[in-house]
Design a protein around this ligand. Sequence first.
Ligand SMILES: Nc1ncnc2c1ncn2[C@@H]1O[C@H](COP(=O)(O)OP(=O)(O)OP(=O)(O)O)[C@@H](O)[C@H]1O
Length: 525
Amino acid sequence: MTSPPPPSSTLPPRLVLRDIRKVYPTVVANDGINLSVAPGEIHAVLGENGAGKSTLMKIIYGVTRPTSGEMQWEGQAVTVSSPAHARELGIGMVFQHFSLFETLTVVENVALALPGKPDLDELARRIEAVSQRYGLPVDPRRHVHALSVGERQRVEIVRCLLQNPRLLIMDEPTSVLTPQAVRKLFETLRQLAAEGCAILYISHKLDEIQELCHTATVLRGGRVTGHCKPAEETPESMARLMIGKDLPVCEHGSPTHTGEIRLRLAGLSHASADPFATDLRDIHLDVHAGEIVGIAGVSGNGQQELLRAISGEEVLAEKFPVQILGVEAGRLNPGQRRKLGMCFVPEERLGRGAVPTMSLADNAILTAAKTQGLVAGGFLSFSRARSFAERCINGFGVKCGGAAAPARSLSGGNLQKFIMGREILQSPRLLVCAQPTWGVDVGAAAFIRQALIDLRNRGCAVLVISEELDELFEICDRIAVIAKGRLSPLRPVAETTVEDIGVWMSGLWPGSELSTDSAAEVAHA
Ligand SMILES: Nc1ncnc2c1ncn2[C@@H]1O[C@H](COP(=O)(O)OP(=O)(O)OP(=O)(O)O)[C@@H](O)[C@H]1O
């Protein structure tokens, strides 16, 4: 599919940035940035993790003040004092990290972003209308805490579209959307652009940028290092522009040796107390030492519940359904399961994967205290915690202000790299991870995938739950699909195709109990 023709260059720009600079205590996040977006233009902002993309977008949206520089909105100099001010001007933003209150419903969350006190019934109807029109299904009455990551992202997008923005900023909006939802979103964005909305689009998915965007600005180390027309580039040439060299190629190889079963799910069924959660139904799965098993699926089909049941965040009624390193572990808490040799990475990096206000060293203590000997004689060793955090930072190329930097000061991709590093460097015997490369730039994603393959080659059993089919096909040895809380049979990756697994993702695999109607529901979960 090709991009629509670029907008007419005779229109005056909607937004102009001149010499924008933002200095944080340990880093210059933006350094003399110039950028201009015309009405109807879809403009990509490209760059490695930590290049300064989100900082620039937050400046435009009034979340952060620039240290210096000038911004013009529709020809007038403007200082955007707050997000509310940005919204008044006609600027909308979908954030990389969700800004939703978990204890409120969807409609209550949306109401908070609107001026005055909107009538909730009327607003719920508007939400339904917008979500239907743009193919982004959300139920306005559900509580946010019960939504999957993909569903939350849809809420963020719908909330933004309700405000009819004239400039829409999207910070990695597709990281957790299904391929069908991405198609729909692109149609929406093209439609908005055709109606004259300017769009600033940040993504690490270079094929998407090539398909969607008219123009691109490349950032590196806070500075503009290039411009291009994505339609005239390839994903490889854009990657080179971004990282200054060719992308490394993953060396998968075959599993050298598959050994004993490290994770066994023996008929795992679990009904959560949360009425909106997906019940897990009779899941059987073995993951052996020395293999990577992938679980694909449309977000909201039981992935979160499965990860919680395996990690111990959700303790089960019985011991036997989850067996870790041969121990019936269903009633153990996460700490006890980690002691058996398991590490895990949840899909939400801020909140579950790391405590935002704590330093990286303290975040290292949270999961690695035992394996890295960070506690001795009942006392925490802060120097050891610091040096382990530094190993994660150096080993995984995390760009940050050092081990003392609070987790929330890291760019999204850099925090993900840190969390992956913290778990992988504990040399677990079993690693369970969700969305391992979410929000990570193309170079770092290749690095993380290779680190998972290397871990497998050292004999670790690895289970990856991901919505990125291409990623699963690149790194896994065997693959299954989760749909409506049920798990499909496992297939060797070499004996299946992305197309087959795509069909299975709607719940229709050989022997599946789902009807065609239920399958349609799965695709929209
Ligand atoms: N509140 C903050 N305090 C200190 N440093 C910060 C803060 N916010 C961002 N930074 C730093 O500014 C730099 C740019 O971060 P930014 O989030 O803009 O990068 P990014 O290009 O959006 O990266 P990613 O692709 O990983 O999201 C990083 O080095 C980051 O650590």
